[in-house]
Structures are given as C-alpha cells and as structure tokens.
Design a protein around this ligand. Structure first.
Ligand SMILES: Cc1ncc(COP(=O)(O)O)c(C=O)c1O
Length: 338
C-alpha cells in the first residue's frame, strides 16, 4: 500500500529513533527535562515568539490557545471547516465555553467586509464579546498569503481581539513561501505547530506565544492531565524533525505538483496541488466510490467531499513510489469509469 491518506502516518526514521533513545530526560512537570526545554526554546525562537509549550497533540495545542485567551461566553471566529470547529469535538464550547462563529470562505480566511460586518456593534450589551480570530495555515494545503494574514491580525488587534493560527502545517507554508517560520507566523498572538505531520515526528505539537499566555496554557495543560514526565524521549523525535526534516518539505511539494499534473491528465478527473496535498475532483458524488477504487489498487486516500479526494505527500514517499502511485491511480480510475 502506498499510503497517501495523511502526512500523520509516517514512522520515525532510524536516525530519529536513535536520537530518541539517547535523549537526556528529567521530570518535565518539575520543569526539569532538558530536551523538552530545548525543544520549547528552539520552537519559540523559530516562530519569533517569547515562549512555547510542548503538548501531546495539535488538538490540545489549539484548545489551550483558546482556553488561555478567551473568557467563558466570548466569541471566537473560525472557518466553518477548520480543524478547530469541525474536528475537535466542539471542544471550544466544552473547555473555554466560547461561542464559535463560523466564517465560510473557499480561500480559508475571512474577507474584510465580513469582519467589518461582524465587528459592527460589538460593544452592544446584547452581543457576546468578540475575543479571538482563528486562521488555519495551511488550510487543506493552501497557504494563507502573508498580506491577508497581516490584514486579519491588524483587524483583530484594532478591535481588542487576538489572532490564533492553527499552523499544524505552518512549516509547509514557510517552505512554500520561502520565508522563515517567524515570518509565516507574523501577526499571530499564538500559533500552534505540529511535529507529527509533515516533519515526521511520532508525537507532539507546540503552542507558541507571549510568556504570559504560554504560562496560562501550561497551567491549563496540567488541569487537563496533560503534564508529561520524561517527555524528552518523544521531544527528541520532534527536535530531530525540526533540525533535519524542515527543508525536505520542498520535496513533498514538488512531488505533489508532479502527482497533480499526472492525475489532471487522466479522463474523468481533475487535480490540483497545494503544498504537500493534492485535491482530486471526481465526477459528481463519486468521491467515495473512486477513493475505494484507489485504495483497492493500493493507494490510500481520503474522500473530503462528495466529489473531492485528498492525497498527501510525506516523508515515506520517494520518486519510485510516486511513479507507482500514478500508475495505480490511472488503473483505478479506468476501473471506476467502467
Ligand atoms: C489543520 C489541523 N489542525 C490540527 C490538527 C490536530 O492535530 P492532532 O491530530 O495532533 O491532534 C490536525 C490534524 O490532522 C490538522 O490537520
């Protein structure tokens, strides 16, 4: 099976396993794990923020960002199909007890008119207090342009709101734009990044922001039972990924572009590459059936809409596997068309 369902499926490389086995560790709940500390400091520095907190997952990182910045009953604005609103079990309403307000824009970020409209009368006593805007970058592989991100950040700050970026794949945005991660995270008060997606580490994400916000998030992580003891074992995998797997994301993007060109030429489908993801459009309402056919022909994929299939390039896919995947999908598509 050539598994293109997600970049989360990668297993640690031999060198990464060695780094993990040899990690210096201590009790991180006492703040004594040198590897976790190093990971947090390096991540904060890379992202241009004061501090960072190592957490078990991107989900927890996003929710801690919200919990640390929002009071019960405040509004958070996020995309309708963002991970925060669509794939975290409604946790914003359970943990921070925030009121989610969903924007819906195919580009992944809200336009100026909508923000103006939502901000109008926000001081009205009848209204919930708008407190946080969330962006996702990349958004299904699509990079949010830096000028748009800055525009949303400026808008949020002018209104006394904060900006959180779910940057599970911010590393991909940084490589695609050719800018340092700190620039890709610019304007954000908090940013969540994942080590276990394109970077290929087995576990973990980080929340970066001001020292004060990260302190609040650290307390909330403990509240949720997320304090980890000798976490340096897994943090070492994340550090290794940070040092050795960031630049190679460009290879995933190059392979995604090649895959999209090859699939786009096949009858019955069109395909678009966005950073490390390829989105295939099938005939109407055929995504589930075509995705089954791809899988039966040995290429793992995920249907993400009635006629959309997602394929993700990652660390375990080389050029020979890419050629194989293209051949198998061509056979699968021919079978599905019959
Ligand atoms: C954009 C985005 N944010 C957050 C997450 C959550 O990450 P985790 O699975 O580590 O909780 C994911 C997971 O795929 C994601 O795609």
């Amino acid at each position: 099976m050539i598994d293109l369902r997600s970049d989360t499926i990668t297993r640690p490389t031999a060198r990464m396993r060695r780094a993990m086995a040899e990690a210096e560790v201590g009790d991180d709940v006492f703040g004594e794990d040198p590897t976790v500390r190093r990971l947090e400091e390096e991540t904060a520095r890379l992202l241009g923020k004061e501090a960072a907190l190592y957490v078990p997952s991107g989900h927890m990182s996003n929710q801690l960002a919200i919990y640390a910045q929002v009071n019960s009953g405040d509004e958070i604005w996020a995309h309708r199909s963002s991970h925060i609103l669509a794939n975290e079990q409604g946790a914003t309403s359970v943990l921070a007890r925030a009121l989610p307000r969903a924007y819906d824009d195919p580009r992944g970020y809200p336009d100026h008119d909508l923000l103006e409209q939502w901000a109008a009368g926000s001081n009205d006593v009848h209204r919930a207090r708008p407190r946080l805007i969330c962006l996702e970058n990349t958004f299904t592989g699509r990079v949010v342009p830096l000028t748009e991100q800055q525009r949303v950040a400026d808008f949020a700050h002018a209104l006394g709101m904060s900006l959180h970026i779910d940057g599970a794949r911010l590393w991909n945005a940084s490589v695609e734009l050719g800018v340092p991660p700190s620039e890709a995270a610019s304007g954000a008060d908090t940013v969540s990044v994942c080590f276990s997606k394109g970077l290929g580490a087995p576990v973990g994400s980080a929340l970066a922001g001001s020292a004060e916000t990260v302190d609040r998030a650290r307390r909330a992580r403990k509240l949720l039972g997320g304090g980890m003891r000798q976490a340096g074992i897994i943090a070492a995998g994340a550090l290794h990924a940070l040092h050795h797997h960031r630049d190679r994301l460009a290879e995933d993007h190059r392979r995604a572009a090649e895959l999209a060109v090859a699939l786009d030429a096949l009858p019955g489908m069109s395909a678009l590459a966005r950073t490390n993801m390829v989105v295939v459009t099938t005939p109407p309402d055929e995504a589930a059936r075509w995705a089954r056919a791809f899988t039966e022909h040995g290429v793992g994929c995920v249907p993400i809409g009635p006629d959309l299939i997602r394929l993700v390039l990652h660390l375990e896919v080389d050029d020979a596997m890419l050629d194989q995947a293209i051949k198998r999908i061509a056979e699968a598509a021919a079978a599905a068309r019959r």
